[in-house]
Design a protein around this ligand. Sequence first.
Ligand code: G3I
Length: 374
Amino acid sequence: MSMRRFSITLAAAATALLLALLPWAPGAAEETAQPLRDSAPEGFLIGSSVAGGGHHEAEPYPDPFAEDHAYTALLGQEFGSLTPENRMKWSDLRPSEDTYDFSIADEIVDFAERNGQEVRGHALLWHDQNPDWLEEGEHSEEELREILREHVTTVVGRYEGRIHQWDVANEVIDDEGHLRTKDNFWLRELGPEALVDTFRWAHEADPEADLFLNDYNVEEINDKSDAYLELIGQMLDADVPVHGFAAQAHLSTAAGFPESLADNLDRFGDLGLRTALTEVDVRVEMPRRDSTPTGGQTAEQADFYSRALEACLDVESCTSFTVWSFTDRYSWVPVTFPGTGAATVMDNGFSRKPAYDALEDTLQAHLPSQTAVW
Ligand code: G3I
């Protein structure tokens, strides 16, 4: 254990003892909990997405990252890793074929560095959020390949040494286990070589960054995760620089917990890859957007968060757990799945839910046992 973590733990223990002696102390429960990032075992990152762009554009609030200072204070304090929710996608970085707009992406990376946080880059090759000038333009195959190469080289190169992991390929396999050669623009226009080339270009631009494939509905051992196992095996055999496989983990209490999560991550670890849970949230049934979940729902949700984190902590290859918004205020869930919501670990007013405490407890339970020295 590092001296820093040890002294934090000692300070927390002393505070807890004091508050146990003074049970009437106001706000005792809130004050005893330390930030999630400080409860994580050495080398394990608890992360969050950074809200902005995407669905937020149509919501009646100002840009969260620029304007909501209570939000950014928690973002900097609670997490050891940040993933821009939308700001490194083609839609946000490429207003036109000839221009890049790195302004907000740069601010996020600077913010992370000021707060001692890692950054996960998201995403280079995806079927969604590509600009119209690209998908509706008239480019030859050769021109498209050059546009892709130039984009990957420029974006990954710009953040060389500052972004430790990239979601290079996002959602490239469908639920039936087939490569998305129809709805992924790049795979349709350039064939599966586009996938391989993107990894090679990204690796050339930043040889130290870990390059991931990332997807939803791959938490379980199923047709889709089987297809990833096969695809990645082939890529590794062909010396393609693939370093990680990530399950997004958009979970739902109605769908049940993915019981084979740890076993599934393990089989990717056996290929020599890192694994990660990259977009965790747990939605519950909500009749209206302003409904309050029942005690039973929040307890079940807390259990899902805890079990997902537990699965990741138990698997050696799994080194990060990132939530897709830490607060219901900015979650994408009610926008995309009407009738569900409250999917995050803090409510609209940033009060911690049982799910937050479940993460804290699960992390604490995984810290090496400590022996007092005084
Ligand atoms: O493109 C349309 C535009 O034509 C229309 O005028 C506008 C009206 O609101 O909507 C635009 O689409 C929005 C899109 O972002 C692009 O800005 C969608 O409504 C909006 O729901 C979408 O949200 C983002 C979504 O990715 C895009 O698929 C979310 O903010 C973001 O949280 C979400 O993140 C993804 C990860 O990147 C990958 N894994 C799944 C995850 C959740 O969908």
